[in-house]
Design a protein around this ligand. Structure first.
Ligand SMILES: O=P(O)(O)O[C@H]1O[C@H](CO)[C@@H](O)[C@H]1O
Length: 294
């Protein structure tokens, strides 16, 4: 049913990759950033960059999706050491769920304390417009309902506990900080807060599926992020996540609209500068551990 599991994502494999990266990287990162589809420009905010193609990193999966460059970028953001995934992995690429989330464990083993995730998503909430930015306050894990959770399999206590809580997955102080910074930057009119639902993809949703998800309480739908959030929280990292609403989910049988990846990438490009400003200002205000200026 799911892709064949392999063991090249366990603690030893993650540690070996983390050690290799730390040996070659210019900084030991405190903040890890994951760029969503068309949002790779976020990596440009890092100063004194050094990057690695995924293909040269031992044990790392390879990006296969257009709009995901496949580079791990290290650098400083307003004096904070960061690492940025310019391209993430998705279930539909055929990797196991443990493999697509392996970079998050590598973040942890490199010393990352806060993970900032971004994604492109379809807007289900009828009040949302294309170009809105949704602070994720909670998620619905559809693949998880069917037993596809990144923590399935033997638990490794060196990462975290067997049954981690997810009701506090999204850090409330980080969400407040995002609202405050968004206000200051004049972004309030496109800044929302809502629930993200992950599906397996890669086919976009049917009209009936979008209607159902909306009734279930989802404000946006996508094919990523939640697996990474679960793994990050399992190992005790602080999580903040944003969805860029790149298209409106089609909810009406008379609509001629069709979801497509080109529109997703185009919207990403249009909002890129504002997202960079929002995230970089937030990072500049954060202090570690778990204490920052509001
Ligand atoms: O979630 P990110 O990686 O931003 O990508 C989103 O964009 C792609 C669809 O256009 C899907 O992969 C969906 O998950």
């Amino acid at each position: 049913m799911f892709p064949e599991s392999s063991t090249d994502y366990g603690y030893e494999a993650c540690k070996a990759t983390a050690d290799w990266l730390l040996e070659h990287a210019p900084v030991r990162p405190l903040v890890g950033i994951v760029c969503g589809s068309g949002l790779g420009g976020l990596a440009d905010m890092l100063k004194d960059q050094k990057f690695f193609s995924y293909s040269e990193i031992p044990n790392f999966p390879k990006s296969t999706v257009h709009g995901h460059a496949g580079r791990l970028v290290f650098g400083n953001l307003k004096g904070k050491p960061c690492v940025c995934m310019q391209g993430r992995f998705h279930l539909y690429e055929g990797y196991s769920i443990q493999k697509i989330t392996m970079p998050i464990r590598i973040f942890k083993l490199m010393g990352v304390e806060t993970v900032i995730l971004t994604n492109a998503a379809g807007g289900l909430n009828q009040d949302y417009k294309v170009g809105d930015v949704m602070i994720i306050k909670d998620h619905i894990n559809m693949p998880g309902f069917a037993g596809n959770n990144p923590l399935c399999g033997q638990n490794d206590d060196r990462f975290g506990i067997r049954f981690p809580c997810m009701s506090d997955a999204y850090d409330k102080e980080m969400m407040q900080l995002a609202q405050k910074v968004g206000n200051e930057l004049g972004y309030s009119h496109f800044l929302k807060e809502g629930v993200y639902c992950v599906l397996g993809g890669p086919s976009f949703e049917t009209i009936a599926e979008c209607r159902m998800l909306n009734r279930l309480g989802a404000d946006a739908v996508g094919m990523s992020t939640v697996h990474e959030v679960i793994v990050a929280r399992h190992s005790g990292m602080r999580v903040f996540a944003l969805s860029l609403i790149t298209n409106k989910a089609v909810m009406d049988y008379s609509s001629e609209e069709k979801a497509n990846h080109e529109e997703v990438l185009q919207t990403g490009e249009q909002r890129s500068q504002q997202l960079v400003k929002l995230v970089s200002t937030m990072v500049s205000r954060m202090t570690h551990p778990n204490d920052f200026k509001l």
